[in-house]
Write a protein that binds this ligand. Structure first.
Ligand code: FES
Length: 570
């Protein structure tokens, strides 16, 4: 009998209450001794056949259970809403906060002493971590792992090639039949996207905090060592409960700074920004948009992984994994942060070895001196916008061009390939109303494809600006997350065709060259935004979602309510 276990408030009771709590568990064939003071560990599972990246999670959960049993815990697996990036419409991001509520309430309401979070496809990591932070009982993440590298016509491919295939298809260089073959060649194994997209960036984020065991991020889903890591994580969470090691002990301000630096070194996704801000809000760590620029400004690109580089997550694992990248940042990272295995970060990465310098560079000879996330401000983005320089064209880092404006994604799709579109390679493509409220849900459409006539002239990049997001697998000179978004009725909503826009990345500036007087006139004439949905979750989301510069969480979900359950109906 363990007096401090919260599960004893259920299974430790006598009389009618204890009878009810235990009896209905026993219908699963669970012997009485399982209820005698063992730590009860929840396995929060995002398995779903509608989330193909997480479709192997029932098997992974079995490995976690083995570890929990081995350490003397009592495992209970439970489902939460799962978010498959590829199938969910209109966008998985619309539901990230909903899942976080599901996770938070599921953990708090049940007799759990600790929880293992099974995360994979993009949003499944931040949503589970957000929910777990708001309860703050011991938690460890096990990621599902990346797919094996794809192969098409003798060339290694991954999700970033989708954008290239699309351009080839639109240009008539690739047929539908070839596309169909490439689909299976790219997604040839279990796991999430094999490039440094959002899922991989999230897996690196949780490892860089120490919310996972070392090496979690890069082990391929199909590699048997992924199951070993899952079993060891199950074993460890039982001891985390005994030591009362909670997310708030791991997710300190220093740990957030580490995550920003590591995300820069790996060329991680811009979506990292929005998720990290939301998680910081849940655990109560002060973090703002400028922290991303400040903390990553001097971090070079050390991982040669697509879309910023050449290789794939599988290669990163064979080259030494994330610990080998972090070792190169020794002296810059806060090495004294303590992770889930009870060791300091430095202890965890100091044993790492790099086996391939073409995949992981030394900090003295990086792949690119510029990396990380740049935060831009100006009258076009009063609260900020972000750009990923390692995925952009250096020649466009300072650029002035005339706006070609699309009022929404449907307008963009209808006109982008119109031969009459008044656009040239110096133009700045502006896409409005794809922000948190305006879409709603902030889809990944910010790296909008170039006009066909520009592609035909051999140009492959232009400055693009939107209040939306970009897939972590995307690339280009793309300004994202403009805040306030167009639906807020501020300057970004007032841009018109032909306005001059100045992007100056070294000066961190994004400026609309229109006078204040003219902007005031346009503001007077503008129609205010009318939410398109009046009921259900989306209505709740529209009323409460915050801007991207704050993490796009729902305002009433910030912070946490802890693990106490104050009422007992039995
Ligand atoms: Fe799931 Fe890319 S679609 S990680």
């Amino acid at each position: 009998m363990h007096p401090t276990l919260r599960s004893r408030n259920w299974f430790g009771k006598t009389g009618k209450d204890g009878f009810i709590y235990r009896a209905w568990m026993k219908n699963q064939g669970i012997p009485a001794y399982e209820f005698e003071g063992k730590p009860v560990i929840g396995i929060c599972n995002t398995w779903s056949e509608l989330t193909p990246c997480n479709a192997h999670f029932r098997e992974l959960a079995e490995s976690v259970k083995r570890g929990i049993l081995e350490a003397g815990g009592f495992p209970v697996e439970f489902p939460v809403m799962s978010l498959g990036e590829t199938l969910i419409k209109p966008t998985a991001m619309l539901y990230r906060n909903l899942v976080s509520m599901d996770v938070e309430e599921s953990i708090r309401a049940n007799p759990l002493d600790g929880v293992v979070l099974l995360c994979g496809c993009d949003k499944t990591t931040p949503s589970l971590v957000m929910g777990a932070c708001s309860v703050n009982i011991p938690a460890i993440v096990v990621s599902g792992g990346p797919m094996l590298t794809g192969s098409y016509k003798g060339k290694e491919i991954g999700t970033s090639d989708v954008w290239r295939f699309d351009e080839d298809y639109r240009m008539g260089k690739m047929t539908q039949e070839e596309l169909t073959v490439a689909e299976a060649c790219m997604c040839r194994s279990r796991g999430h996207c094999a490039v440094m997209g959002t899922a991989s960036s999230m897996a690196c984020m949780v490892e860089s905090w120490g919310l996972t065991l070392p090496e979690n991020a890069a082990i391929p889903a199909a590699d048997s060592r992924r199951k070993v890591l899952a079993q060891l994580s199950g074993l460890r969470i039982v001891n985390m409960v005994k030591e009362s090691q909670r997310p708030s002990d791991i997710l300190t301000r220093k740990a957030f700074e580490n995550a920003i630096m590591v995300n820069a070194a790996i060329g991680g996704s811009t979506n990292f920004v929005i998720h990290l801000l939301a998680i910081a809000g849940r655990i109560g760590v002060p973090l703002d948009l400028m922290d991303f620029d400040r903390s990553s400004a001097k971090i070079p690109l050390l991982a040669n992984i697509q879309p910023s580089g050449k290789y794939f997550m599988e290669d990163l694992y064979y080259a030494g994994g994330l610990p080998a990248v972090m070792k190169e940042l020794d002296g810059v990272l806060h090495g004294d942060c303590v992770g889930a295995n009870g060791k300091s970060l430095k202890e965890n990465y100091s044993q790492a070895e790099c086996h391939n310098r073409d995949v992981i560079a030394t900090s003295s000879s990086p792949f690119n001196k510029t990396s990380g996330i740049v935060v831009l401000k100006g009258n076009l983005a009063e609260n900020g916008a972000v750009l990923k320089p390692s995925a952009a064209t250096p020649a466009l880092m300072r650029h002035r061009g005339k706006a070609v404006v699309f009022d929404n994604i449907e307008d963009y799709k209808a006109r982008i390939d119109d031969p009459q579109l008044d656009v040239d390679e110096s133009s700045v493509l502006v896409l409005k109303n794809v922000g948190p409220k305006g879409y709603p849900g902030m889809p990944e459409v910010g790296n909008m494809g170039l006009p066909k006539k520009i592609l035909e002239s051999g140009i492959t990049d232009m400055v693009r600006i939107s209040d939306g997001r970009m897939s972590g697998t995307g690339f280009g000179t793309v300004v994202l997350h403009v805040s306030p978004e167009a639906a807020e009725g501020k300057n970004f909503s007032l841009v018109q065709n032909g306005d001059w826009i100045e992007l100056d990345v070294p000066a961190r500036r994004l400026q609309l060259e229109v006078s204040e007087e003219e902007l005031a006139l346009r503001r007077d004439r503008a129609h205010s935004f009318v939410p398109p949905v009046q009921r259900g979750y989306v209505s709740l989301y529209m009323k409460h979602v915050e801007q991207a510069s704050e993490g796009a969480d729902l305002d009433f979900l910030k912070g946490g309510s802890g693990s106490a359950v104050t009422r007992d109906s039995h």
